[in-house]
Every structure is written in C-alpha cells, then in structure tokens.
Design a binder for this molecule. Structure first.
Ligand SMILES: [Zn+2]
Length: 54
C-alpha cells in the first residue's frame, strides 16, 4: 500500500491519498494539492516523496 499523507508535507489537512498503484496515488495527491492548496507538485517530486518514505 502506497500512501501520501497531506499533513506530512506541512499542511493542516486530513487528506490521504492511498492505493496500490503509484501512478494513481501520485495523480490523486497531485490533484488534491493543486485544487486545495494551490501547490502543483511535479509527478517526479511526488515520486520522490514516496521513495523517501520507503
Ligand atoms: Zn491537503
């Protein structure tokens, strides 16, 4: 299970993108951060977030 927790990136937010498909999780979180926080992370940056967490 891959997980991107919005709170882990400094937002006061309960959004969590999770799933077994990396691309799907990256897409879901990327969409959320753009829409909700006005921050557009690149897919590469989000992949790095996932990789760094192990
Ligand atoms: Zn958020």
């Amino acid at each position: 299970m891959i997980k991107l927790v919005c709170r882990d990136y400094g937002f006061d937010c309960d959004f969590i993108a999770s799933g077994d498909d990396v691309k799907q999780v990256v897409d879901a979180y990327g969409h959320h951060s753009t829409e909700e926080h006005g921050i557009e992370y690149s897919k590469e940056a989000l992949m790095q977030f996932i990789i760094r967490k192990g």
